[in-house]
Design a protein around this ligand. Sequence first.
Ligand code: HEM
Length: 309
Amino acid sequence: MPSQLITDLLGVLDQLSGGVHPGFRPAHARGVMYSGTFAPAPAAAGLTAAPHATRPSTPVTVRFSLSAGVPTAADNDPRGSSPQGMAVRFHLGDHVHTDIVAHSHNGFPVHTGEEFLAFLRAVAASGPDAPNPPPVAAFLAAHPRAKAFVEAPKPVPTSFARQAFYAITAFRFTSASGTTRTGRFRLLPDAGTEFLTPEQAAAKPSDFLAVELSDRLATGPVGFRVLVQLAEPGDEVTDSSIVWPESRQLIEFGTLTITQRIDELAPEARKIIFDPLPRVAGIESAGDPLTEVRSEIYLLSGRRRRAVK
Ligand code: HEM
């Protein structure tokens, strides 16, 4: 049985998406999927005993998405599109896998699932008929990190291949020799980041990100570096709303090579429910409460999606 928190979160996400869109995710509803491979960097095995850190090559499935829970969200609309999502499944064996679920903003507005529920409820109560000031204004005034998240510029990228993605919640990485370090994954595009001005975005077709990536893949693979930003003693490792300084060491974890688009409606692709908990020996949650909450709600939501024929 899902907890009340999970059921309530799903309910308010559905509400914000204008109701349930059967067969679609209630967040990051619009997405495109690709296949490719992951090759570890030499430093990866020193960080974790997880299988993909030592195998020369691991097949991956990647899903790029827009943040809105509305399947008709437009790629060029900064409100429904940003932050963009990137989810990566590392296929380690039959029914054995581990995922990275990242988005394009470094940080999250709140610390816990309960706070996220309060935030989403305040947003939902701040529609056109809301009192003035709307409830979300009071929430943001009381939560400066949520305010900073909301106000941070989130421009539309020129391509999914030119966006950087952050996995936000910290993990504990344990190597084969038993050394444990805490870090956060990030995925950086080989081509570098590049963004559209609001005018340029407005002039783009609503599906330009998917089309652009297919055109790009026709000329060659798309690469991302996978890195781990390491925490230093004293860094808050259980609160995703606290971003660590950019001066923290970045360890090269490996390279992702995306080669082709796959049909996200094919049975094997539709079945995928990305999991924010790594569930692999050598990488575990660092105790951020969001990780458990996300894992539970993605499963509940994913099962609902799968049940739609
Ligand atoms: C309590 C906090 C959060 C809640 C309640 C939540 C909720 C959800 C839900 C319900 C889904 C759809 C899952 C599915 O049907 O498969 C989803 C997808 C997603 N969320 Fe979150 N989320 C939270 C935090 C985050 C954070 C911190 C990030 C940033 C890394 C994030 C990034 C994503 C992405 C990228 C997807 C799409 C995954 C895919 O392609 O399947 N979410 N979220």
